[in-house]
Design a protein around this ligand. Structure first.
Ligand SMILES: Nc1nc2c(ncn2[C@@H]2O[C@H](COP(=O)(O)OP(=O)(O)OP(=O)(O)O)[C@@H](O)[C@H]2O)c(=O)[nH]1
Ligand SMILES: [Mg+2]
Length: 389
């Protein structure tokens, strides 16, 4: 499906910058924008063209908001329609969905996200999905020595391997998650704690983490938008399948993803004469294909997801299997669907495939929605008394 992905604040901007570096030109990536109050953070992006970055909020004087979520919300109210207009050059009316990417522990991104979501929902009929990068616990841990510059996006700080301290992150995250759950179609959290390695700070890890987030965004929304006109997926996934899977009540959805490198299936060897003669149709060993498909489906399901899925259960599950067409073994995919239905308890598994003609890996993406509340989300929610929002 064609999406317009909007990175908000420092984390959001860096993640869409990475998405652009890896995927610019892919058909699913209809539009990309980065919005921040922080001029320097925007300037440091590398892959996203200047015309797709936008600095807003004169009141912030070109700086970040240092975690002041209240200020961020106010700027959101004032500037939402201006931000909506900043998309216009990229023909937002053609997008089938908007994806807001935001580090919910911050202020600029988390502050404007709810107002921008409301603006987009008023202007367009497309769903607005949010990708919510959760703060690391160490950021708001009172035992962590404060960083020189309480700021997650600058100088690496290395005090005992904890992340740079931003004391308000958890409370900000609780408020922004509440607002996204009310104001966006679905929330896709990314549990930073679960993905940080021991002793690693966010600054150390962010390139790796941003790559992980970008891959999953691409696998989900890229399904059904194969670039090769020649190859039609046998099972086409469209925007309404994704919409059905995630639901429209601001539910949390988890993404699992796994890949396995495979030999490209080619009619002619890249090294000149094909080993088995030159005009064989694409062929791969069936048992190797079955095994690759089965393995990636299991790993995407049982391996670490963007957020933990309590007991693996979900009301709704979507499966995407992609890779070189010859590797997408029909029976193995059908078996995988049956296995996944058992595993998740979901009544029906929505699924589609994503042929990548010159691909060198088979991948599976598993989206689960309608899940019990993950522990990390509960912890964040309980950091403020009463209801969040
Ligand atoms: N995955 C990832 N997380 C990040 C990155 N940078 C920051 N974070 C996380 O996102 C949270 C918010 O940081 P920013 O996105 O920089 O905040 P902001 O929206 O710019 O808000 P202010 O700087 O407070 O105005 C941090 O507390 C970290 O938890 C990044 O590059 N990648
Ligand atoms: Mg910032």
């Amino acid at each position: 499906m064609r999406v317009h992905v909007i990175g908000l604040g420092g984390a959001g901007g860096r993640i869409v910058d990475r998405l652009t570096a890896d995927r610019d030109g892919d058909r699913f990536l209809h539009g990309v924008s980065a919005f921040d109050t922080d001029m320097e953070a925007l300037d440091r992006l590398e892959s996203l063209g200047k015309d797709r970055r936008y600095r807003f909020g004169d009141a912030a004087g070109g700086d970040g908001l240092d975690g002041d979520l209240h200020a961020g919300r106010e700027l959101g109210e004032v500037h939402a329609s201006e931000l909506g207009r900043a998309l216009d050059d990229q023909r937002p009316s053609i997008a089938e969905a908007f994806v807001l990417v935001v580090g919910v522990g911050g202020a600029a991104g988390g502050g404007v996200a709810p107002a921008l979501a409301a603006e987009l929902e008023t202007l367009y009929d497309a769903p607005v999905y949010s990708v919510a990068v959760l703060p690391a616990s160490a950021e708001s841990d009172p035992d962590t020595e404060p960083d020189r510059k309480e700021n997650g996006d600058d100088e690496p700080s290395r005090h005992g391997g904890s992340s740079p301290r931003r004391p308000l992150t958890e409370k900000n995250a609780a408020r922004t998650l509440g607002a996204l759950s009310e104001g966006t179609t679905a929330v896709l959290p990314f549990d930073t704690d679960a993905w940080l390695r021991p002793g690693e700070t966010i600054v150390d890890a962010r390139d790796r983490l941003n790559g992980i987030v970008a891959d999953r965004i691409a696998a989900l929304f890229g399904a059904g938008e194969s670039d090769a006109d020649a190859v039609t997926p046998q099972q086409v996934l469209d925007a309404s399948d994704i919409a059905r899977a995630v639901g429209d009540e601001g539910d949390v959805a988890a993404l699992g993803y796994a890949t396995q490198a495979v030999e490209p299936a080619e009619t002619e060897s890249r090294f000149g004469l094909g080993l088995f003669g030159s005009s064989e149709p694409e062929k791969v060993d069936a048992s190797a294909a079955v095994s690759a498909v089965e393995t990636v489906i299991r790993k995407a399901t049982r391996g670490k997801n963007t957020i933990e899925v309590p007991e693996g259960r979900a009301d709704r599950t979507l499966l995407v299997v992609g890779g070189p067409p010859a590797w997408l073994n029909r029976e193995a995919i059908a078996d995988g669907r049956r296995w996944l239905a058992e595993e998740t308890g979901s009544g029906a598994i929505l699924s589609g495939d994503a042929p990548v003609p010159d691909g060198e890996e088979v991948f599976a993406l598993v989206l689960r929605a309608g899940i019990d509340e993950p522990e990390r989300i509960r912890e964040i929610r309980e950091s403020i008394p009463g209801r969040s929002g």
